[in-house]
Design a protein around this ligand. Sequence first.
Ligand SMILES: *Cc1c(COP(=O)(O)O)cnc(C)c1O
Length: 447
Amino acid sequence: MKTKLLEGKSIQQWIEDYPILKEIIRTDEVFWSNPDYGMKNNLSTLNVEDINDASRRLDRFAPYIAKVFPETAEQNGIIESPLISIPNMQNRIEQNYGISIEGSLLLKCDNVLPISGSIKARGGIYEVLKHAEKLAIKHNFITYVNNYEVFDSEKFKELFSQYSIAVGSTGNLGLSIGIMSAQLGFKVTVHMSSDAKQWKKDLLCSKGVQVIEYQLDYSKAVEEGRKQALSNPTCHFIDDENSSNLFLGYAVAASRLRKQLDDMNIIVDEEHPLFLYLPCGVGGGPGGVTFGLKEEFGEHIHCFFAEPTHSPCFLLGQLTRLQDKVSVQDFGIDNKTDADGLAVGRASSFVGKTIGHMLSGCYTVDDERLYSFLQDLIDTENIFLEPSALAGFYGPIQLLSQSDGGNYLKENNIQGKLKNASHIIWATGGSMVPKEVREEYLRKLNN
Ligand SMILES: *Cc1c(COP(=O)(O)O)cnc(C)c1O
């Protein structure tokens, strides 16, 4: 390993320049605060008008969504999740870790997002809808002012059956895109990485989605999917590593979160900081949410990304500033984790460049600790999450107990404001996990 060069430097030199790499390579849990936080950057081509455009597009589709997914009818076809307070879990964490979380601990329940039960119901569904709208307009089937319920008709399904959609996924993105595309009438192919859970593949097959399995990791599944889709001009490839549409679909969460905070009388301002802890795979989900939230709340919000100790790709990309030129495997890390939604070895450089300077920091979590959070969450709040979705919980613990966390608070002048703070754990998935698989996770807990 020592002789191998990475962008002109040996691994040993990288470690000398960034000592935290030693712990990352040992797959120890680490907490890293971002030295580039708050820097100016003009690498982003996206702005608030793009988010508003995405939000309006979702509004146009709302009547259609309400019609074909009746579970969204109560919210008039808007795919959104609750924000809840979790005081019992907060107490449990304070006891277990001997810390005091002075403000309040909240859970953003994307685990119960309608249609596909994970954060991917934001980005994935949005991109499919956008593509469908574009085709419908191109063929003069609609204008922007139509009632979009017409998408639920034989005429539209017939049109979309002449087009296909493809995506590479560790599971949940495939689930969102597969379900939505099949509902509209598209032919869909999902390229699944080796981490993808069998139940996710089975569910997709039952909806008529073509699932192609690889004995390879996520980046390879994406690469294969991209290659196959390129040879077919009627195929739209949803590129999780580069898609601004996915990203904007995630970003719409921010203005909706603001409304939820308002409704709960939770203030976010100079004196009332808001901390967010977001599980991170390739970066699109947490990155899009961060991008939107920075637009809403500026410097009063502090976003930390959570990754498995065995898949710290976003952290590596940011730390070394190599973005997607570095993979966890380059540092001898195996990218094997039970947190299948986060099992990504190489981050998105598009996302890294767009939000790198908005990110407060990253930290890593052991699989075992994810299971301990699962146990605690079931005991105290009776909520089940999939392993990936539990990674957020380690954030406040690390921030409040690590010296680098303390330094971050000091540098940003928020140390004295913690009693007014809110901490949001973004719970990114879980409600679709079948009973037998839940029981399997729970058995791991008891061993
Ligand atoms: C995909 C996923 C994430 C992270 O999203 P990325 O866009 O890959 O960073 C987090 N949690 C769950 C459950 C996911 O499926």
